[in-house]
Write a protein that binds this ligand. Structure first.
Ligand SMILES: *[C@@H]1O[C@H](CO)[C@@H](O)[C@H](O)[C@H]1NC(C)=O
Ligand SMILES: *[C@@H]1O[C@H](CO)[C@@H](O)[C@H](O)[C@H]1NC(C)=O
Ligand SMILES: *[C@@H]1O[C@H](CO)[C@@H](O)[C@H](O)[C@H]1NC(C)=O
Ligand SMILES: *[C@@H]1O[C@H](CO)[C@@H](O)[C@H](O)[C@H]1NC(C)=O
Ligand SMILES: *[C@@H]1O[C@H](CO)[C@@H](O)[C@H](O)[C@H]1NC(C)=O
Ligand SMILES: *[C@@H]1O[C@H](CO)[C@@H](O)[C@H](O)[C@H]1NC(C)=O
Ligand SMILES: *[C@@H]1O[C@H](CO)[C@@H](O)[C@H](O)[C@H]1NC(C)=O
Length: 442
């Protein structure tokens, strides 16, 4: 069975963990705003329509503008991952917005994703869209003209919140950057090193060793094309083994500690010490990751609400970098699967011969220099990271950030829950308090 190459995204994991009832009370609605195709060319007057949603259910004139910044995904009105954002809208009596990033969801400035058309896809353009968005809403909506602005963002969008403060400090008063990607490595081998460390921490040495043994054994069988490999293939189990890095990373990235513990118990059960059983186990995990295989289609020029692969690859090749690879020996998946040169080779394959490693590397360096990398030099931004999030090393993860153990990527923005562990609860309350202080001029 053929499975396309998958592309690494800071992908969001949709779980229904917030009741419809909670969201229904916000009476959120979609709307559109006209934006410029090229924000940086005054003589280009072409425009397009960007999608957003809003809720004014709890708004009181003078209350803050609150924006949940969209990243490489389609926005949804039931943003189950951001319950805390909605709770703050209610508490601060704010006017809430979800903005969609250009080239994602239904927000396309162009008719297709040809290389020529992709040139207006950049973080800088998206930040300029946000600045105009705020100015527009302030001028159009009664009671917003002097409002303070709070922005919340997760993952890539956490980076956007940070850079927005860096470039448009007059347009934002407070920001919450959860799991924010700020520093772009070309070869992000730290990601799988981190996944390996988490497997060892949560599943013990036996779990780590099992994953390593099975990975190495699989690649050996595959190279030799031996009877074991052919049997795995006949049973359709190779597909799971091919995605072993994605399956484990996604679990570590998005799950909480309790859930991971359960996975570990299953992983290290004696029956999995057999490549067939182990592959079945991976297959079982893969069924729990609904979007694992849906980010392919980097070849497809079609504009589609649910495909992100080509756009995200474009951004990665044009300065975002962070190509997750198996370059390091300090990770348990073997080095055969995603060698750096192969991963980065996708840029050339999709976007033309000028995308050599040196070229892509220079673009990544420029991004880091321009945006400041680990030194974004901003105030009034609250940085959080999940301790085991494999993308943590792309962000500020020292004493400037709150590192929260036991949770997954961006879980600190989920609705408050009595089951939250003390450090999670403390991080949430601290963030809410900072937002309150910063919009009150403290
Ligand atoms: C700016 O827009 C004008 C009008 O569409 C176009 O002729 C020109 O090439 C553009 N400049 C750049 C640098 O893209
Ligand atoms: C854009 O500019 C061109 C040339 O200046 C003009 O002919 C056209 O009417 C303008 N379009 C809009 C929508 O303003
Ligand atoms: C592996 O072996 C099978 C059976 O001999 C053969 O059909 C297949 O083409 C081989 N695959 C590769 C990649 O050599
Ligand atoms: C393997 O997958 C193929 C294609 O999806 C399917 O036709 C076939 O029945 C599957 N074989 C087994 C043993 O599950
Ligand atoms: C961990 O995740 C599971 C499954 O998603 C959930 O039922 C549980 O409440 C979560 N625990 C904590 C402490 O967040
Ligand atoms: C462990 O395996 C059992 C049986 O396959 C399954 O029901 C359970 O959901 C698994 N737990 C986790 C956390 O994967
Ligand atoms: C950081 O920002 C301040 C003003 O916001 C500026 O004066 C200073 O030069 C910046 N420092 C660096 C290292 O960019």
């Amino acid at each position: 069975m053929k499975v396309g190459k998958s592309i690494w995204l800071f992908l969001l994991f949709i779980e229904c963990i917030v009741s419809d009832e909670f969201h229904d009370k916000f009476q959120e609605k979609f709307d559109w705003i006209e934006q410029k195709v090229d924000n940086f060319n005054a003589s280009d007057n072409r425009t397009w329509k960007m999608r957003y949603s809003y809720t004014n259910r709890y708004f009181k004139p003078g209350g803050p503008i609150m924006i949940n910044v969209g990243g490489e995904w389609s926005i949804s009105m039931k943003a189950t991952l951001l319950g805390l954002f909605y709770e703050m809208i209610e508490e601060f009596q704010g006017y809430g917005f979800n903005t969609e990033h250009r080239y994602y969801g239904k927000s396309f400035p162009v008719a297709d994703l040809s290389i020529e058309n992709l040139k207006y896809l950049s973080t800088e353009q998206a930040l300029a869209d946000l600045d105009y968005f705020i100015k527009y809403q302030k001028s159009k909506i009664k009671g917003l003209s002097n409002s303070k602005v709070i922005m919340v963002g997760c993952s890539y969008a956490g980076g956007m919140v940070t850079w927005f403060r860096r470039y448009y400090p007059q347009s934002i008063d407070a920001g919450w950057a959860s799991g924010a990607a700020l520093h772009h490595a070309l070869d992000y081998s730290d990601g799988l090193i981190s996944v390996g460390k988490s497997i060892r921490k949560i599943c013990g040495d036996s779990g780590y060793n099992l994953v390593e043994r099975m990975s190495l054994s699989y690649w050996d069988h595959k190279r030799q094309n031996d009877s074991t490999y052919l049997e795995l293939e006949a049973k359709n189990l190779t597909i799971h083994m091919e995605h072993i890095t994605e399956i484990f990373s996604t679990e570590v990235q998005h799950r909480n500690f309790t859930y991971m513990k359960g996975i570990c118990r299953n992983l290290t059960s004696p029956r999995n010490d057999d490549i067939f059983k182990f592959s079945e186990f991976l297959g079982y995990l893969a069924t729990k990751i609904p979007h694992l295989y849906s980010f392919d289609n980097a070849d497809s020029l079609k504009v589609d609400e649910n495909t992100f692969g080509r756009q995200w690859l474009w951004q990665s090749c044009n300065g975002m970098g962070a190509f997750m690879s198996t370059s390091s020996v300090h990770q348990p998946f073997g080095q055969y699967k995603m060698p750096f040169t192969e991963v980065i080779g996708k840029c050339k394959k999709q976007f033309g011969p000028k995308y050599t490693i040196d070229y892509v590397s220079s673009l990544v360096d420029n991004t880091n220099i321009r945006h400041g990398g680990y030194e974004p030099n901003v105030t009034h931004i609250y940085f959080t990271h999940a301790e085991d999030d494999p993308w943590k090393y792309t962000g500020v993860h020292d004493e400037r950030a709150t590192i929260i153990p036991g949770i997954g990527h961006c879980h600190d923005l989920r609705q408050r829950n009595v089951k939250d562990w003390p450090l999670t609860r403390a991080a949430k309350e601290h963030g809410v308090e900072l937002m309150r202080q910063w919009i009150n001029g403290k």
